[in-house]
Design a protein around this ligand. Structure first.
Ligand code: IPE
Ligand code: IPE
Ligand code: MG
Length: 238
């Protein structure tokens, strides 16, 4: 039988909850930070593979507003990894046509980290081939509340005519399409405060594969599951 996988229509926007780094490291008797470092390798591979498979945008959850509950040492390791990822990969990603955007609550970040992020965004702002969105210090509820505050300020306090489309412009994801597919690795079946507004009609694929083990074949398998889904958006078609 012919290989039909090439004929699949890929989702435009894939979002990934990159979970399982800690368990991956613990099962090897290593500190959790070792799993996070290996997770960055999976992220590099996922960006490359997603582009090759025809995906146009990848949004990855790399630090949640609840992850501050972890030991300070682990939080520091996760912050350090973002810095190192930008330092090591920005030139290459910029050359490859990747537009980088970081979403989340940046008021909690140090000034120098905010500068690093702003530089990466400005440097790649004109790129259109592929979009990489890093959700860092991100929480869906926090994003919605921040958006509500800004909308309220702009309207002078009268939000009675506010539409969904107008409100969405205040979210960190302003002008981005909603995710078509959300993948969660690491075996848990929950959203953990990721893209609560934007994932309203996303398809979800859960896999037991731990994030450091996730590779191109796993991404392809998730896209194949997605391609067989019927999206109805509340209607009756299909
Ligand atoms: C995902 O891996 C990375 C972050 C949440 C920052 P975890 O660190 O949650 O790994 P597990 O779920 O404990 O294995
Ligand atoms: C979700 O994973 C957050 C990220 C992947 C960054 P968590 O490991 O923090 O989620 P819970 O605690 O299992 O819900
Ligand atoms: Mg986890």
């Amino acid at each position: 039988m012919a290989d039909t996988s090439e004929l699949l229509v890929p989702p435009h926007h894939v979002a990934i909850i990159m979970d399982g780094n800690g368990r991956w490291a613990s099962s090897r008797g290593r500190p959790r930070a070792f799993g996070h470092r290996q997770g960055v390798e999976s992220l590099r591979e996922a960006v490359r593979a997603a582009g090759d498979l025809g995906v146009k945008q990848l949004t990855v959850f790399s630090f949640s507003t609840e992850n501050w509950r972890r030991p300070a040492e682990e939080v520091e390791a996760l912050f350090e990894l973002l810095r190192r990822f930008v330092a090591a990969d920005l030139d290459r990603l910029a050359d490859e046509g990747v537009c980088i955007k970081v979403i989340g609550r940046n008021e909690d970040l140090s000034d120098d980290l905010v500068k690093i992020i702003e530089n990466a965004e400005a440097r790649t702002a004109q790129n259109t081939k592929f979009k990489l969105v890093i959700a860092f210090n991100y929480g869906g509820r926090d994003e919605i509340v921040r958006a509500a505050r800004r909308a309220c300020r702009d309207s002078g306090g009268d939000l009675s005519g506010l539409t969904e489309a107008e409100f969405a412009k205040y979210l960190d994801t302003t002008d981005m399409p909603d995710p078509d597919l959300v993948i969660r690795t690491g075996g848990e079946h929950r959203v953990s405060n990721f893209l609560l507004w934007q994932a309203a009609y996303a398809e979800f694929v859960f896999t037991d594969v731990l994030w450091p083990d996730f590779g191109e074949a796993d991404l392809k398998a998730a896209l194949e599951v997605y391609a067989r889904r019927k999206r109805r958006y509340g209607g009756v078609n299909g």
